[in-house]
Design a protein around this ligand. Sequence first.
Ligand SMILES: NC(=O)c1ccc[n+]([C@@H]2O[C@H](COP(=O)([O-])OP(=O)(O)OC[C@H]3O[C@@H](n4cnc5c(N)ncnc54)[C@H](OP(=O)(O)O)[C@@H]3O)[C@@H](O)[C@H]2O)c1
Length: 241
Amino acid sequence: MPAALIMGASGDIGGAVARQLAKNGWSLYLHYHAHQAPVAALMRELAAAYPKQDFIPVAYDLTDATGLSQLTQQLFSLDAVIFAAGQTYYHLFKDTTVQELTALMRVHLLTPMALLTQLQDKLAASGRGRVVFIGSVYGGAGSAMEVAYSTVKGGQSAFVHAYAKEVASLGITVNVVAPGAVATKMNEMFDPATLAAVQAEIPAARFAQPQDVSFYVAMLLQPEAAYLTGQTLYVTGGWLQ
Ligand SMILES: NC(=O)c1ccc[n+]([C@@H]2O[C@H](COP(=O)([O-])OP(=O)(O)OC[C@H]3O[C@@H](n4cnc5c(N)ncnc54)[C@H](OP(=O)(O)O)[C@@H]3O)[C@@H](O)[C@H]2O)c1
């Protein structure tokens, strides 16, 4: 039975990825940081629906790239890692603090990269390892007011482009699924008028649901998806990219 680690399983996109992968027969390590309750609820739901699969919670703060052995020592065999954790800050770049820059770079880029150095051998063992980052359309298009966030999301795409070449011969694929605007907690900071203005710009005329994103993550984890690697797949309803 294949096993995947979902970083950010307590979030809305990570939770949708967990439900889709569990339905497809995967056992899951479900990561959270500040919010254990959504993962506890997800575990109850998935254990009841799929009693022969394993669902194991793991906690970790991705702003810390130095204590990763606390996380990796809890993992046995592993066929896939999905990075669906992340935060953003919405203001002018000139008002961005060094603490915010550091947190963004660590959570989205540095700690996932450090984690992959430790997990590569496990991912190679089956000959069909998978790495998927939930990136962003802003990583390709750029956004005012989220300049630093756009930068680290673009960094994820640059990373998969390079790393995919290094591990392709091991059977590991490395890709980004880059959503546009998704109806999740992350966008709760915006008022209804701002959200309506964004929606008016989206050709598909709606925000994505988390399931619109998890569908493509699950697709990339299929054995038949072995020949697509190093790519950024934009899932935006036609918006921006
Ligand atoms: N929503 C959108 O419109 C949108 C668009 C494009 C890309 N994305 C990307 O999609 C991913 C998931 O976002 P979402 O919309 O599902 O947001 P969400 O519901 O707010 O979930 C955010 C997730 O990130 C985790 N997280 C935050 N800070 C962390 C830290 N320091 N250490 C470890 N985990 C941390 C949270 O864990 P806890 O809650 O347990 O702390 C949670 O699991 C992010 O990478 C985001 O950039 C979102």
